[in-house]
Design a protein around this ligand. Structure first.
Ligand SMILES: [Zn+2]
Length: 442
């Protein structure tokens, strides 16, 4: 692609050209334009090509230095570029198959390097103006680097999905052309109310009003879920996004009660099943015979992320007999949780470390007395093992919004649900989702 100088330069040139004509100094070429009135907008003047660009993809296992040198950039230039970007981009974050562009002047000087960090960010390294147009004589190349967040537009859309027998939320959303991110976001929102592992029933329904991000007409991810209604086993679970007094956005039910519970319903993203319940007497798959099973087993692929269910302090990280690799965390109100048979711990996890609800603490494995990859998850209350599934139902509902904020909350709630109902109604005949541009973010 040819590099176009900014429009002003064209205008300035045009003006200069018109000036020269007016003075009658130039030959015939003036003649040509003599018929035009001087007020006519100057035509775009094709500018001479003064640079050329190469577009390419990062090959597997390439380092940034090798990649730049592979493009015949000198050690000096490469060094100056790496120095310039050190504040904004870690070269170790270079990823294979990402696109990049190198633009040089016609005499081979590097003008700009662009690298697509991810869908939303672009690294740009460009020659500092001082030496951009000087031949090879400039003492040492110097560059400026910046990371640009690519703008995207958000449009508000609604989706209505029904869960039929044997269907998962991920499956249904993917069938509607959505990606797993939206399902993960819903699992986060309802994580304190619904265990997406085991609670989804045929006949359940989701109504979701969310922001879809678009860039140049292309799907570029999701923004926020603004409001949702979930029908689960006959229960109606509304969730609306609202910024309480502390300015932190969170999800609340229709009465202004936070959907965040002290404990997440499960330490696993979602979809794995319960393979073995909490029991005082269970046949032991490794040793045989009957003994207590003081946890609930979730079947999950080896390496699945294990997230801590509530904020707390780590009080054990290590290997312990039949439990294999285990993490135990101390929480408020006399609770501890334990995560057994792990394949790995979260990097740097240590005793005494503070963790927040949802933080990664390890990966699913089959260490210790285990016949296959699964997570044995345990809750200890005041020193006694309790059934995690039953205990959760006994836990208090989320915090309520401060009374002083309730009117503001009600206004947002009603507005969001009004908009969602209208969008659903508008979409109903075709079944396709209906979009409106999102309100600008505060
Ligand atoms: Zn177990």
């Amino acid at each position: 692609m040819r590099h176009r100088r900014p429009r002003t330069a064209t205008l300035i040139r045009g003006a200069i050209f018109a000036g020269i004509c007016a003075a009658g100094l130039l030959t015939g070429s003036c003649g040509q334009s003599s018929g035009q009135s001087s007020s006519a907008a100057p035509k775009d003047i094709p500018l001479p090509i003064d640079s050329q660009s190469i577009d390419a993809k990062v090959p597997p296992n390439a380092t940034l230095e090798v990649l730049l040198k592979g493009q015949n950039l000198s050690t000096e230039t490469t060094g100056a570029m790496l120095k310039a970007m050190s504040d904004v981009f870690n070269p170790k974050d270079l990823r294979a198959h990402q696109t990049y562009r190198i633009t040089r002047t016609l005499d081979g000087l590097l003008r700009e390097f662009r690298y697509q960090i991810d869908a939303d960010r672009l690294l740009r390294v460009f020659a500092a103006p001082a030496n951009a147009f000087v031949g090879g004589s400039s003492p040492a190349p110097s560059f400026t680097a910046e990371v640009i967040t690519l703008p995207k537009e958000f449009q508000v859309e609604v989706l209505v999905v029904d869960i039929a027998k044997g269907q998962s939320l991920v499956g249904v959303l993917e069938a509607r052309g959505e990606n797993v991110q939206l399902a993960l976001e819903l699992a986060n929102i309802y994580g304190g109310e619904v265990d997406f592992n085991s609670d989804l029933q045929p006949g359940d329904r989701f109504e979701i009003m969310f922001e879809r991000a678009m860039r140049n007409g292309e799907f570029a991810g999701y923004g926020r879920v603004l409001a949702a209604n979930m029908k689960n086993a006959g229960r109606k679970l509304p969730a609306v996004l609202f910024e309480d007094g502390d300015g932190k956005p969170a999800y609340y039910d229709a009465d202004g009660r936070s959907l965040k519970r002290q404990f997440l319903k499960s330490p696993l993203p979602f979809d794995p099943r319960i393979t073995s319940q909490f029991s005082n007497r269970r046949f032991h798959p490794v040793y045989g015979g009957y003994r207590a099973h003081q946890g609930v087993d979730y079947g999950a692929p080896y390496g699945t992320a294990v997230n801590v269910v509530a904020s707390g302090v780590v009080d054990f990280v290590g290997t312990q007999g039949d439990a294999g690799r285990m993490v135990r965390v101390r929480h408020a109100s006399g609770y501890q949780t334990a995560y057994l048979h792990l394949s790995a711990f979260a990097p740097g996890l240590r005793v005494g470390q503070r963790v927040s609800q949802g933080d990664l603490i390890g990966k699913v494995g089959t260490s210790g007395a285990s016949t296959g990859p699964h997570l044995d998850y345990r809750i200890i209350k005041n020193g006694t093992y309790v059934d995690p599934v039953a205990e959760l139902k006994r836990m208090p509902k989320g915090e309520a919004i401060a009374a002083s904020r309730l009117p503001a909350f009600a206004a947002v709630r009603d507005e969001q649900y009004g908009q969602m109902a209208a969008l659903i109604a508008a979409a109903a005949p075709s079944g396709a989702s209906h979009a409106t541009p999102a309100a600008p973010r505060k």
